[in-house]
Design a protein around this ligand. Structure first.
Ligand code: FAD
Length: 352
């Protein structure tokens, strides 16, 4: 691996690739580092039956639309093939497998410490996603539970839960999709959430999530009033809802060795699947001390306030509206790279 670069992008998921696309157009020297040995970012780790919540046309990165798919909601394999082809199409300079272990502040550069040696960079774009940092809330008694507990990040399919009594915790898209997946396999599935389910109308797909996220940024008051929901009613989800399998139960008051207590009821359980979200995967930046008490770095635009040589993309709305979606990340990448270009482009060079 090279020893010096203008921009080191950490992560070659969709966010890293969208940055690569714009860095290439801007003529900025860059390298994209990824710890996976194959392309596709987090999509490689999802459960095989996962469906995108938008059509191909609305799941595209900058420059090249995702090829169409006969199903309205393409399977995860389709997203994987697209990301691999996207990387090849633009000959993006991805180095893998490379794990970034630490980033230190040097005098003029940032020292990116990897398991393949040291890389000195004038700017670091973090695009490490959230998948490697699953979040599970603290629930009284959780350690005493004798059954199985997994996070949705480790869910591989309903066969593992055949004949079992399962609680799926979380009323977002993952919780609802996994509950629907389990209906015909588990002996009993309970969908549990502290918040009520907010289905999008059946004829509205994930495109609307992008529109909502944009509106939250540009017209916060109107967006709040116009919010219709965040759970996409995919065909399999509708089927499960029609069977009554998505009737929501209130969140556990506490867990016991054999299940969970909700109000006056005891729910007997063999397994709990936590669909309770993720946190930004930023452990590799600990030496820079960028996180605030909120757990995320303070940013202005996309840059860290504490060290403006460090940018963030893809983790959630705090890095740009819908920046954690395929369709949304392109806009953030364009703005982020546009902001860097004037500062980092070699004198006399111009972007295309
Ligand atoms: P990732 O895809 O996670 O990529 C990050 C990359 O960084 C990984 O390849 C990882 O190996 C690498 N990395 C991490 N740490 C290091 C390190 N220290 N050193 C080197 N490399 C590192 N979005 C949609 O648009 N449509 C959908 O239908 C949709 N469905 C979703 C369903 C689920 C269940 C989930 C969880 C998310 C869904 N999303 C969807 C959201 C979104 O598309 C993903 O979360 C997306 O993977 C985020 O992309 P990313 O590039 O930011 O991160």
């Amino acid at each position: 691996m090279r020893a010096d670069v203008a921009v080191a992008v950490i992560g070659a998921g969709q966010a890293g690739l969208a940055c690569g696309y714009h860095l290439r157009r801007a003529g900025l020297d860059h390298l994209i580092l990824d710890r996976h040995s194959s392309p596709g970012g987090a999509w490689q780790s999802t459960w095989p039956s996962l469906r995108l919540f938008s059509s191909s046309a609305h799941s595209s990165l900058p420059g090249w639309p995702m090829p169409s798919h006969p199903d309205a909601f393409p399977p995860v394999d389709h997203a994987l093939s697209y990301l691999a082809a996207y990387e090849r199409r633009y000959a993006l300079p991805v180095e893998r497998p490379v794990t970034v272990q630490d980033v230190h502040s040097g005098d003029e550069c940032l020292d990116v410490v990897t398991d393949r040696g040291l890389l000195r960079a004038r700017h670091v774009i973090n695009a490490t996603g959230t998948w490697s940092a699953p979040f599970v809330p603290q629930v009284e008694g959780a350690r005493s539970f004798g059954g199985r507990q997994i996070h949705s990040a480790h869910y591989r399919g309903p066969e593992d839960f055949a004949g079992q009594r399962v609680a799926v915790v979380g009323g977002g898209n993952s919780g609802v999709q996994i509950t629907a997946d389990l209906v015909d396999h588990a002996a009993q599935v309970s969908l549990v959430s502290a918040r009520r389910l907010r289905f999008l109308p059946d004829d509205v797909d994930g495109r609307h999530l992008f529109a909502q996220a944009t509106a939250r940024l540009t017209q916060p008051d109107e967006a709040e009033a116009a919010f219709v929901g965040n759970v996409v009613a995919l065909p399999r989800v509708r089927e499960a809802r029609a069977k009554g399998a998505l009737r929501l139960r209130a969140m556990f008051d506490r867990m016991t060795p054999t299940g969970a207590v909700i109000g006056r009821d005891h729910l007997d359980l063999d397994a709990v699947i936590w669909c309770t979200g993720f946190r930004p995967a930023l452990r590799h930046l600990r030496s820079l001390g960028l996180r605030t008490s909120r757990g995320i770095p303070e940013v202005e635009g996309h840059r860290s306030v504490r060290d403006p040589r460090v940018s963030f993309i893809g983790y959630g709305d705090w890095t740009g509206p819908a920046s954690a979606t395929l369709i949304g990340v392109g806009r953030t990448a364009k703005a982020l790279v546009g902001d860097l270009a004037g500062e980092l482009r070699p004198r006399g060079a111009s972007g295309s």
